[in-house]
Design a protein around this ligand. Structure first.
Ligand code: DNO
Length: 392
C-alpha cells in the first residue's frame, strides 16, 4: 500500500522534512485556508503540490474537499455550491491529483469529549465518554427535546457528572465538542450551534440520504470524467447524535452510497477507527466486500468501554476492538488483485495517534502528533510486510 501522512499545510507544526523521515511517501492534505464552498483555484493547488514535491513527497489524497452545510440541508444555494465543488475537482484533476476524501456528517465532523485521556502507560489518547456527552447535550447545550433521547437514569448520571465539573472543565467540554476538531471545517459558538441544529428539525435520515444522493448524482459523473476517485468518510462516531441523522455508519450505508450512483469514481474511505466503534461492523469483512471501491484507508483502533459500550477511547493502532491483522490481510489481498488485474494504488494512512514522549510538549492538532502516528505507521507497516511475506 502507499503509506501516507496527514499534513495540515504550511501552518502544521510538523514539517514536511520530518514527515519524510517517518517512512511515509505520500501526503494527505487540503487547502484548509479556503472557505468551505469556494472553488480551489488551480494556481493555489499547483503551489501546494510543488511545496510537497520539493520535500521529496507526493500529494496522494485530498482530505477533504468539504461539503457545504447548504448541500447537506438541501437548500436552494446547493446548486451553485455543487457547481463550485465540481470546479474544484476539475482543478485538482488538472494538477494531477486523483483521490478526494469527504464526509456527509451534518454540522459536526468527528466528535470527542476528552482530548487528553491518560492511559496507564502515560500516553494521552482521545476519548468519547457517553456520560460527558449527555451532560453537554442536556445541560450545557440544553438542546430542546434532548430529554427524549435519554432515560431517567442517564439524565441522573449526566447531572451527577456535571456537578463534578468546575467552570473551566465545563468550558473545555463545550469547546471540545463544538469548536471543531482538526479537519472539521466549521467551528461554532453555543448560540450558533443551537441555531444550526434547528435547521435540521425536518431532516431525518431519509431526507439526508436524498440530499446525499442529489450531491452524488451531480458530482460523481464529473469526478469520473476527470479521473478523480471520490472516497466518502464514515461518521465518527457512527451513529446519530444530538438529534442529527447520520447515514454513513454501517456496511449497509456504504452499500447505499455505492448503489446510489454506480461508478468507479464513487468509492469509500475505509476508516477502521470510525466504523470500528460499532461492534456490528466487521472491518475485515468490509475490506473484502468493498475491495475495489476502497479508494483510501485510515487505520487505527478504538476500545469500547464498560459498562456503556457507546463510550470508547482510541487504543494503540493494533490493540483495540478491530482485528487489524485481518483487515490488513484483506487489504493486501485487494492490492494483489489490483496488481494482477490493474487498478489504482491503495493509499493508507495511520489515523490518529497517542501523544507519546515529546508529543506531550509539542502542540499539534488533537489526534495528529508526531511520535504517536510514527509508532502507528511503523506497526502497520510491520504487519503489512509480515502478511505479504507469509502469504507469498
Ligand atoms: C478526523 C478525520 C475526519 C475526516 C473527515 C473526512 O481525524 O478522520 O475529520 O478527515 O471526516 O471528510
Amino acid at each position: 500500500m502507499q503509506h501516507t501522512w496527514r499534513w495540515f499545510g504550511p501552518t502544521d507544526p510538523i514539517r514536511l522534512d520530518e514527515i519524510r523521515q517517518t517512512g511515509a511517501t505520500g501526503i494527505v492534505t487540503a487547502l484548509h485556508e479556503i472557505a468551505n464552498g469556494e472553488v480551489w483555484p488551480h494556481q493555489a493547488i499547483a503551489e501546494r503540490k510543488a511545496l510537497i514535491e520539493a520535500a521529496g513527497l507526493t500529494w496522494s489524497v485530498v482530505e477533504s474537499v468539504p461539503v457545504h452545510e447548504a448541500i447537506k440541508q438541501g437548500l436552494a444555494a446547493r446548486d451553485e455550491l455543487i457547481a463550485n465543488y465540481c470546479q474544484t475537482l476539475r482543478n485538482l484533476a488538472a494538477c494531477g491529483i486523483d483521490t478526494v476524501c469527504y464526509n456527509f456528517m451534518p454540522v459536526l465532523d468527528w466528535t470527542r469529549t476528552d482530548l487528553r485521556y491518560r492511559l496507564p502507560d502515560g500516553a494521552l489518547a482521545l476519548r468519547f465518554d457517553q456520560v460527558a456527552f449527555a451532560a453537554f447535550d442536556l445541560y450545557l447545550l440544553a438542546r430542546p427535546w434532548a430529554e427524549s433521547d435519554y432515560s431517567e437514569e442517564e439524565q441522573r448520571e449526566a447531572r451527577n457528572y456535571l456537578d463534578t465539573l468546575g467552570q473551566a472543565d465545563r468550558d473545555t467540554l463545550v469547546d471540545t465538542l463544538i469548536a471543531g476538531l482538526p479537519g472539521a471545517e466549521e467551528g461554532y459558538t453555543l448560540a450558533q450551534f443551537r441555531e444550526v441544529l434547528t435547521a435540521y428539525a425536518g431532516i431525518d435520515a431519509g431526507r439526508l440520504r436524498e440530499h446525499l444522493g442529489y450531491f452524488l448524482r451531480a458530482v460523481i459523473p464529473v469526478a469520473e470524467e476527470v479521473g478523480i476517485r471520490m472516497a466518502i468518510h464514515p461518521d465518527d462516531p457512527p451513529r446519530p447524535m444530538l438529534g442529527l441523522p447520520r447515514v454513513v455508519s454501517t456496511a449497509e450505508d456504504a452499500q447505499w452510497v455505492l448503489d446510489a450512483v454506480p461508478s468507479p469514481a464513487n468509492g469509500l474511505t475505509l476508516c477502521s477507527g470510525s466504523y470500528g466503534v460499532r461492534g456490528d461492523n466487521d472491518l475485515a469483512d468490509m475490506a473484502r466486500r468493498f475491495g475495489p471501491q476502497i479508494h483510501f484507508v485510515h487505520l487505527r483502533s478504538t476500545r469500547r468501554e464498560t459498562p456503556d459500550p457507546r463510550s470508547f477511547h482510541e487504543a494503540p493502532h493494533l490493540d483495540g476492538d478491530v482485528d487489524m491483522v485481518a483487515v490488513i490481510q484483506a487489504l493486501v489481498a485487494e492490492e494483489r488483485r489490483r496488481e494482477r488485474e490493474g487498478g489504482a494504488r491503495l493509499p493508507l494512512r495511520p489515523d490518529h495517534g497517542h501523544q507519546l514522549l515529546d508529543d506531550q510538549q509539542r502542540a499539534t492538532a488533537p489526534g495528529y502528533p508526531l511520535y504517536g502516528r510514527l509508532r502507528g505507521l511503523a506497526e502497520l507497516r510491520g504487519v503489512e510486510l509480515a502478511v505479504r511475506q507469509l502469504t507469498r
